[in-house]
Ligand binder design. Structure first.
Ligand code: PEP
Ligand code: MG
Length: 897
């Protein structure tokens, strides 16, 4: 195994091994761009070191060989006394972890070589400043000395000299400072600052390896869902200096605007400075365009290089560069981060430039980005007062009065106020308040904190970890960094897409992308912006590529019509229980309480026309497209009054000696139907089999509605779906009864009806016996909500709020299995059921209607296992269409059909 790669040996596809920085430095080297020579130590070496505590045996010799080559190229040796080669030792993992890991610059300087550097550069001040930076950085990151001690010494030197900035310190001052820094090292680290350049380099390499496992790096990885076992590569690169005078400098650049996607000159430049100075923000940078005036030759060369990089990477790149005495050097490039809007615009621009094709364009955007673009947002034109910034934990724009506890949140929202729940952090006790609030703001915690996880689950706007805001829940107030105080009742606006927090009400505008999907704005129209145009084109690409069809979960005509506007190709799940609530509840109550067949028949007869009308409206809204209607699913007690409230009512009536006959009967029924685990109780097909006439009433309503629509020259395509089936026998009984009812309606109306009958697969037993069940089912729809609940044994109503935060923090899973399909467990059952079902019935239609149907990652899985469609809530349809297109055009998502 090889542990060290020269920059000339790697390429951009070796990120696993060389990290992002190393792979791209190699790529630029091979493109002939001016990269200072160097080499990369692999992540493999890091992993070995972290696992065993020792570097791989071969590493030292390999590093020596590469260092020899570097020295030969430079014509000088590392730390050579009269003219030292200096190197930087930089971390660089596969995924960018900005500022999380360590870097040491100016390795190779010592008491002797600092004089050589002074002579060679003709700049004594520069040499001593470089040396003090090395001791400071090395002392802190390699030897573990508290960084403040160096900073204090530097401040003291400035005070003694009565100057404000370090650039005003002269060589003699810096020489003294170096002596002071060395004393600090000796006192704190119990050893001298090493004078042997190779020892400096080796220790720095180990320190970079170790920095993979600092607490902040681990926390960052948890938040960004970066695996902990990747390790970092280490780049050893010859130093170039941007701080050698006014003809030197350093900067960052983007090949196009990462906010809008527009092409142009974007970036910042800092004259006479090193990269670290830009990050530290000690002096103000100038815009990159200024560089043209300062150093036209370097500027022109930089523009040329940027064009080369964009054409080569065929994407937006960001770049770090240094100019050393008029010579331009490239220190880093990578495919740059961008906003969601820019991602869509850039993808279509690159297609127009002929750099990428449609399939590749689809890989450049994500469903999550599209979802972000669909949230209402704050009016950009509005005047705002920003008071803080936290982590953008759950997107959206929320405005409301600040409240500092859950109780007040609920109380105020009940009286019609919009509130923002502000907490230091939330816990399960805050759940009511979170539900009541428009948005949630916390001053602690990251993307996997309780607040973030629960808010995302609820689709509620959340900003968490806004650390500058000091939240005092006892005194119901929050203090801003400038000392001002936000009291309970003051209005706040929080932006869950950017993490910004504002004082006062910022006006909210609907997203233009939703206006477009709603048909209120047209791509190509005068008022359509570039973004809408780009989204429109990307959706067209996705629709052309995708194999999966996309249906909606919708229970009424209004949702169905919206779903259709959003591109739904049918309804995959109509939950009929929603049709039994409101003023129909009384009828259901009577049905449940019926003592005799005649009473039951009576209630069913009253329900029938209401149900029929529901279906007529639904078929009309979805005319010509399939509509899957699921027969009643949830436990009957959900339709009955709350047991405690009813008991109190009855007890009071009895105390008044005025017991109401009906209430007493109701209470008995509620007791009779009470279940300890209703989710595993009398629901779904079980209900249909024990309450006579219930399912047949629903089937009759469907059949009659279809006949009515046919009479009206409509094209109804009803599919009847049975929930919670565990064995084919259940299905066979329902099937036979349904068949009789349909035949009756056919005879009665004279309309030829084509109604298919299928089942949900949402219990492990159903999945395991899918081959048998397919004998009685014309279609399967995977109910991955219940399937996840039953496969994991997780109560879907409870666990996300109770212990999922702990599970996420411990890394047991990276994302809730209710949000993204658990491929290995639940997914395996789905995959096997697909195979078994199709074996029995090759034309079996297959879909999914659990929440996962609208989740980007899960859509890829459903594509892979060969489902025919996914079904999701209307708002998620565009995301599902896009992801289905991405899945079909990605080289990794293979088509199994
Ligand atoms: C499911 O279980 O995945 C499903 C779609 O049904 P419900 O959520 O209504 O139980
Ligand atoms: Mg279900």
């Amino acid at each position: 195994m090889k542990f060290v790669y020269d920059f000339t040996e790697g390429n951009k596809d070796l990120k696993d091994l060389l990290g992002g920085k190393g792979a791209n430095l190699a790529e630029m080297t091979n493109l002939g761009l001016p990269v200072p020579p160097g080499f990369t130590i692999t992540t493999e070496a890091c992993r070995t070191y972290l696992d065993s505590g020792e570097e791989p045996a071969a590493l030292r010799d390999e590093v020596s060989a590469h260092l020899d080559a570097l020295e030969a190229k430079a014509g000088k040796k590392l730390g050579q006394a009269d003219d030292p080669l200096l190197v930087s030792v930089r971390s660089g993992a596969k995924f960018s972890m900005p500022g999380m890991m360590d870097t040491v610059l100016n390795i190779g300087l010592s008491d002797r070589s600092v004089r050589g550097l002074a002579k060679q550069s003709g700049d004594e001040r520069f040499a001593w400043d470089s040396y003090r930076r090395l001791i400071q950085m090395f002392g802190k990151t390699v030897l573990g000395v508290d960084g403040h001690l160096f900073e204090e010494a530097l401040e003291a030197a400035k005070r003694a000299k009565k100057v404000q900035v370090d650039t005003d310190l002269e060589a003699a001052d810096l020489k003294k400072l170096v002596a002071g820094f060395k004393k600090i090292v000796r006192a704190e680290a119990g050893r001298d600052f090493p004078q042997d350049p190779r020892e400096q380099m080796d220790l720095a390499i180990h320190a970079v390896f170790d920095s993979w496992n600092t607490e902040r790096a681990k926390l960052y990885r948890r938040q960004e869902r970066i695996p902990h076992d990747l390790g970092t590569a280490v780049n050893v690169c010859s130093m170039v200096f941007g701080n050698l005078g006014p003809d030197s400098g350093t900067g960052v650049a983007f090949t196009r605007d990462p906010a809008s996607g527009h092409q142009g000159v974007y970036g910042d430049y800092l004259q006479n400075a090193q990269g670290e100075d830009v990050v530290a923000g000690i002096r103000n940078t100038v815009s990159l365009a200024e560089l043209e005036r300062i150093d036209k030759k370097s500027y022109d060369r930089l523009m040329e290089i940027m064009a080369t990089l964009e054409n080569h990477y065929r994407d937006l790149c960001d770049i770090e560069f240094t100019i050393e005495r008029g010579q331009l050097w490239m220190l880093q490039t990578r495919v740059g981060k961008r906003t969601a809007g820019a991602a869509f615009r850039i993808a279509t621009q690159l297609v127009d430039q002929g750099l990428i094709d449609e399939a590749e364009a689809l890989q450049r955007v994500t469903g999550a980005q599209l979802a972000q673009l669909m949230f209402p947002r704050f009016d950009e034109e509005a005047k705002t007062e920003r008071i803080g910034r936290g982590i953008a934990a759950s997107p959206g724009a929320a405005v409301g009065k600040a409240v500092f506890d859950s109780y007040t949140a609920v109380k105020w929202s009940r009286s019609g106020e919009q509130v923002i729940l502000v907490r230091r952090e939330t816990n399960p006790d805050d759940l009511d308040g979170m539900i009541a609030a428009e948005g949630i703001l916390t001053s602690r915690g990251g993307k996997t904190s309780h607040a973030a996880v629960v808010a995302r689950g609820m689709g509620k706007t959340c900003v968490c970890g806004a650390e500058e805001l000091e939240v005092d829940t006892k005194r119901r107030r929050m203090t801003l960094p400038d000392g001002r105080v936000v009291e309970e009742g003051d209005v706040l606006s929080i932006d869950g897409s950017s993490g910004e927090v504002y004082l006062g009400a910022v006006p909210v505008v609907p997203s233009p992308v939703v206006e477009y999907f709603e048909g209120r704005m047209h791509a190509g129209a005068d008022d359509a912006d570039e973004l809408v145009e780009a989204v429109h084109r990307m959706m067209a690409f996705a629709d052309r590529k995708r194999r999966l069809r996309v249906r909606a979960n919708a229970d009424n005509a209004e949702d169905a019509l919206r779903a259709r506007r959003f591109g739904a190709q049918g309804i995959g799940l109509c939950r009929t229980e929603h049709m039994f609530l409101g003023d129909r509840r009384g009828l259901v109550e009577r049905l449940i309480l019926a003592d005799t067949d005649a009473e039951r028949e009576e209630s069913l007869k009253e329900l029938l026309p209401l149900q029929r009308q529901d279906f007529v409206e639904l078929f009309e809204a979805m005319d010509g497209l399939p509509v899957t209607i699921r027969l009643l699913d949830p436990p009957l007690h959900e339709f009955l009054p709350d047991i405690t409230e009813l008991s109190v009512r009855v007890a009071l009536a009895e105390a008044r000696k005025d017991p109401h006959e009906n209430e007493l009967r109701l209470l008995q029924a509620v007791h009779r139907l009470h279940e300890q685990n209703p989710m595993l109780g009398l629901r779904g097909v079980r209900l249909g089999l024990v309450v006579p006439g219930l399912f047949t009433m629903q089937v009759r309503a469907i059949a009659e509605a279809a006949a009515e629509r046919r009479d009206a020259k409509g094209d109804p395509r009803a599919e009847i779906m049975i929930p919670l089936v565990g064995t084919v026998q259940e299905l066979e009984i329902v099937r036979e009864e349904a068949g009789q009812v349909i035949a009756e309606v056919r005879e009665h109306t004279g309309v030829e009806l084509k109604l298919s009958l299928g089942t949900m697969i949402e219990l492990p037993r159903a999945a395991l016996t899918a081959g048998q069940i397919a004998e009685a089912a014309e279609f399967f729809s995977f109910g991955t909500n219940d399937l996840t609940q039953t496969v994991w044994g997780f109560s879907r109503d409870d666990v996300e709020a109770s212990f999922f935060t702990a599970y996420l923090e411990k890394g047991i899973f990276g994302v809730s299995p209710f949000e993204t399909i658990d491929r290995d467990g639940v997914g395996k059952l789905v995959r096997d059921a697909v195979t078994a079902g199709r074996e029995t019935r090759p034309d079996l239609k297959l879909g999914v209607c659990g929440e996962h149907g609208g989740d980007p990652e899960s859509v890829h899985f459903f594509h892979e296992v060969g489902l025919d469609y996914v079904s999701c809530s209307p708002f998620r349809i565009p995301v599902a269409r896009l992801e289905a297109g991405r899945a079909a055009s990605s080289s990794t998502g293979s088509d199994h059909r």
